[in-house]
Design a protein around this ligand. Sequence first.
Ligand code: PLP
Length: 388
Amino acid sequence: MATTPKYPNPIPLNKPSLNGSVLERLRQVIETGNPGGDGGECKAVEQKLCDLFSVRHALLTTSCTHALEMAMMLLDLHPGDEVILPSFTFVSTANAILRGGGRPVFCEINDRTLTLDLEDFQRRITKRTRAVVPVHYAGISAEMDEIMGIARDRGLAVVEDAAQGVNAKYRGRYLGTIGDSGAYSFHVTKNYISGEGGALVTNKEALARRAEIIREKGTNRSNFLRGEVDKYTWVDEGSSYVLSDLLAAVLRSQLEDRELIQSGRKRVHERYMSGLRDLEQRGKLRLPNVPAYCTSNYHIFYILLNSESERTMVMHRLKESGISSAFHYVPLHSSPYARARLGTESLQLPVTDRIYGGLLRLPIYPQLKDAEVDYVVERLGSILRPPA
Ligand SMILES: *Cc1c(COP(=O)(O)O)cnc(C)c1O
């Protein structure tokens, strides 16, 4: 039986938390008379990212997708070279590998953290494997010590897809800064936004130098702007991945608010956890787990239901109550493209498939009120535990 929603407007899954300081930051950039790309504002934000996350180099880009593409170009992949990634990720992780000339090899996730499964990762390493891309899901880190150890033993590069991991930590180190390079997203749906935007971060000087060239259409314009050469010219393959100073201004204001944004999300996360504990104890759902080694940024709040049909039913019933919820990534190995072009028809990744089927994301953003969280909890209770 459908119920009348408690709130006049549906509760969205996500809401950007921009405030008035954005307008002031934008005004300042406009008044410089030069709101192009990679100017003073970008430099200031890049320095801020380096300081905040204790990393030597940060390059702002037009998206995380593009930061991943740059990271793959930096690997100089040859035809047939393989790069391992979880099947449970956004398409950009796989597209970047293809665009960099490599072959994506899909790997299982573990069902505790929904990140790369270590045993399956090791099984999939071949003579052609060049790199691994751990994806930090929902603000929870992949098991980086183990991944770095395996990569070192087998001579693999590590590119962290930290699109969802900005300001989250693994054993005290910021996600994205542990591997050879890391990619951040500032897309409107992420924690800290510039509308569209991303960054490539690395501690390696040589990678940063070459990334600057790739980002500037394959030219050494960055060296020219620093006065290191007297003209700039074409020196490598590249594309146009520089962020506009206008968007960097938006990001600067978001980074100033980062603790406020993160603590707002943490409050929502913890309220769901305590509100839904009872349903978990009754076996109706499973709650996420933040491992002791991880400081989450609370990017996503999800529940794991017992089957895909139940997940579809719950999503539908929440919608009737004015609550948005969503499933996540159709596993890439079962996508039409991978099946037709990457030969994955017979690849079996049962944990990935099971997690995909049961996972439901719930609204989480700093402005979400306690009473709204309680309403979501109450609705889930009555959907999953109908009165006798
Ligand atoms: C959002 C996301 C991306 C892509 O980020 P954009 O900035 O939109 O390009 C890549 N990987 C993961 C895991 C993501 O969640």
